[in-house]
Design a protein around this ligand. Sequence first.
Ligand code: AMP
Ligand code: GLY
Length: 431
Amino acid sequence: MTETVLLVGGGGREHAIARAVDDADDAELYACASNRNPGIDALAAGVERIEETDAEAIVDYAASVGATLAVIGPEAALAAGVADALDDAGVYAFGPRAEAARIETDKTFQREFMAEHAIPGCPAFETFDDPAAAADHLRNADEDLVIKPRGLTGGKGVRVVGDQLTRAEGVDYILDGDYEEFVLEERLVGEEFTIQAFVADGSYRVTPAVQDHKRAYEGDEGPNTGGMGSYSDATFELPFMTEADYAAAVEIIDAVVEALADYKGVLYGQFMLTAEGPKVVEFNARFGDPEAMNTLPALETDFVELLAAARDGEGMPALEFADRATVCKYAVPDGYPTDPTAGARVGIDPESAGEALLFYASVDAREDGVYTTTSRSFAVVGHGETITGAEAVAEDALEQAGETGLRVRHDIGTAELLQRRIDHMDDLRDD
Ligand code: AMP
Ligand code: GLY
């Protein structure tokens, strides 16, 4: 039967989801988001401008198009109960209900859940419901700590003492900020990587590891962003990790899926590979952005059949992936993320991206072309036998685009940066 899929969200991640639905054998796509994404527009039978958190309007739209499945992109929609509302209206949402999404949306819950269920890889932590007590704990701690506001902060709320700021600045951040509740935890040192798992009915399927780049500038300098780009290898591991490291991370996912009972959707594990193996930086309840742009185009299993099998309780099929490395690079407006300037014309479209795939994120599609806004604009994804080969394909596409008014981290996926990651892990393991 033809599945009618409603996609919630309009960023680069959702453009990748839209393409995976479009690539499926028998599916029709509808989409709703607060912005218009020209990439999704081009693939969908219908699009509607609806806030991602407006559960009622989303349910109405799902009913009006006869949706048989829904995929929820952003965490804000999960927190607002969009999956609950769709499920309750009889539309299976691939995304957890708000209660289960607390694994992402409530960092206090996340750490307490790990402790309670003895999930491996949990850093030492303390939780606080008042800033003065949190500030006192930070002042008196023996070691550098990481400050995490309890709720969602768009990836911009966490501060790593000893890396991004001094302890005194950390105390000020806690006392002078807008947040009331905090987790303070052990600072993990190592290399970060992501594994996104598809979860339904107590079982899960894992995908290749991806490494995102959070810092705004080349060489991992500057403020944290939503993610400037990411790469994956032709195998499930990354060059700085072993098969045993990957397997240890999957064991953590396994324990979480078991403890979460009736979770459905993507469980995104953000890990720090330390000298002692993988530890958990955080869990997210959705695909990563940019990581979805690495993972979904490499997925050879029919994405919609996978979702339908999850919905129908048939057991998800084993996943097949192309044996290809991928490199994703975001183009962001000048000044992003602190002082972004919008209004630059985007000189690339899916046809002129050459061998690379183009994914639109936050852009303004006008009569005379596509323009940047103040968030990440678009991403190009190159594929190749090696990471550096995929990197060259992504760079070729960016050259076509021109970069007036845009900034890219050209170092992502280069041999030099990969070697730095490998050397970093070797150093940590030698100590
Ligand atoms: P989050 O918003 O939880 O994704 O955190 C943002 C970034 O903060 C992560 O990608 C890490 O780089 C860093 N981070 C979070 N928790 C820790 C930790 N316990 N140790 C070191 N870095 C961390
Ligand atoms: N790549 C980071 C995130 O999706 O949260």
